[in-house]
Design a protein around this ligand. Structure first.
Ligand SMILES: Nc1nc2c(ncn2[C@@H]2O[C@H](COP(=O)(O)OP(=O)(O)OP(=O)(O)O)[C@@H](O)[C@H]2O)c(=O)[nH]1
Length: 200
């Protein structure tokens, strides 16, 4: 039976999660496309791993988390990833905006939540920084994120969601991490996707 890995895409509100998925899978996003806040969408994509095998990923686009709701005065988490994602996920794509340090704070909070709830299950995580625009803050945020990713042993990618080519590497990377060694090889990068649910 073909294994379909389940990957949850999460992060702060408005960091470009939907744009990244729509652009990686369909390649139709431009600055004029109006995207609405997500409740939940599920995409299925066929992606070729670095071992040359074609793999199927089910990608869950989640509702963005508000920075103001990640922690309370006593340090307790208020708004979290819905619990069912923690049960089903084989992997996570954590997305932040390279000029908003608050969007990185949200990832740190999500990662703690994942660690607390993953039990003994192995999960694969990657971090994607979406570069809306360059500004003087982006270097200091990038070095903070690099440092954290190094400590947490998470691969960090920087993309521009509007440039489809920049998106292939992280998707191929996580696909490869989630799939066992192949029997034979072929080559087609990110080929097609099918959106199966749309609530937003
Ligand atoms: N210029 C530019 N705009 C972007 C980029 N990525 C996303 N946007 C825009 O930013 C807005 C929010 O993007 P979404 O992809 O909906 O962000 P999201 O993280 O899915 O948002 P929520 O579902 O509300 O959490 C949209 O209007 C996008 O068109 C980018 O790289 N460059």
């Amino acid at each position: 039976m073909v294994k379909i890995s389940k990957v949850v895409v999460c992060g702060m509100k408005g960091v470009g999660k939907t744009t990244i998925l729509e652009q990686a899978i369909y390649g139709h996003v431009n600055e004029k496309l109006d995207l609405h806040p997500t409740i939940e969408d599920i995409y299925v994509a066929n992606i070729e791993s670095d071992k040359g095998t074609k793999e199927k990923l089910r990608l869950y686009d989640t509702a963005g988390i508000e920075h103001s709701q990640i922690s309370t005065a006593n340090g307790m988490t208020n708004q979290q990833l819905p619990r069912h994602y923690l049960l089903i996920a084989d992997g996570y794509i954590l997305v932040y905006d390279t000029v908003k340090s608050t969007s990185f704070d949200v990832l740190v909070s999500i990662k703690k939540d994942i660690d607390k709830n993953k039990d003994k299950k192995e999960v694969t995580l990657i971090v994607i920084g979406n570069t809306f625009k360059e500004d003087e803050n982006s270097d200091s945020i990038a070095s903070k994120v690099n440092h954290w990713c190094g400590r947490e042993k998470i691969k960090h990618f920087t993309v521009n969601a509007l440039k489809r080519q920049t998106l292939f590497e992280p998707f191929i990377y996580i696909t490869s991490k989630l799939t066992p060694p192949p029997n034979k090889s072929s080559f087609t990068p990110l080929s097609m996707g099918r959106k199966v649910i749309k609530d937003s």
